[in-house]
Write a protein that binds this ligand. Structure first.
Ligand code: RB5
Length: 145
């Protein structure tokens, strides 16, 4: 089950992504926003971050104008690794190396064709589980702030 969210800047691309997920038979829940009216991306980044961190949702997809603001909000939630991807290589590498659990994209940055390839790559690529990557992720968790 995928948790998905956007602000107004990502609303149009989110519709394309949800249609694509439905065609693939992948279940999802839309945490908003629900129109192109101007709204605040932290609300949706936080909601999807909480949903994924709870374990109820396997992964998340977040879209704002750039992917940046909404990923920053999600990354405030402990256990979230939200990564902005604008290319397929990054989407693959961040799953294999970083075990990223939320894909963030910019609706004003990537077109729908590329975005759907990024979504498929992110969802279909497993974490490598390599010791060095597990160790580095643990090091991030252990950083004291
Ligand atoms: C909204 O105008 C825009 O700032 C937002 O979608 C996002 O790009 C922020 O990082």
């Amino acid at each position: 089950m995928i948790a998905i969210g956007s602000d107004h800047g990502g609303y149009a691309l989110k519709q394309e992504v949800m249609e694509h997920l439905a065609k693939r038979g992948i279940e999802f829940k839309d945490f908003g926003c629900y129109s192109e009216e101007s709204c605040d991306y932290p609300v949706y980044g936080h909601a999807v971050g909480r949903a994924v961190a709870s374990g109820e949702y396997e992964k998340g997809i977040l879209i704002c104008g750039t992917g940046i603001g909404i990923s920053l909000a999600a990354n405030k939630v402990p256990g979230i690794r939200a990564v902005v991807c604008g290319d397929v290589f990054t989407a693959k590498a961040t799953r294999e190396h970083n075990d990223a659990n939320i894909l963030a994209m910019g609706g004003r940055v990537v077109g729908p064709g590329l975005a759907l390839m990024i979504v498929d790559t992110f969802l279909d690529t497993p974490f490598s589980g390599a010791e060095r990557h597990v160790r580095r992720l643990q090091m991030i968790d252990d950083i004291e702030v």
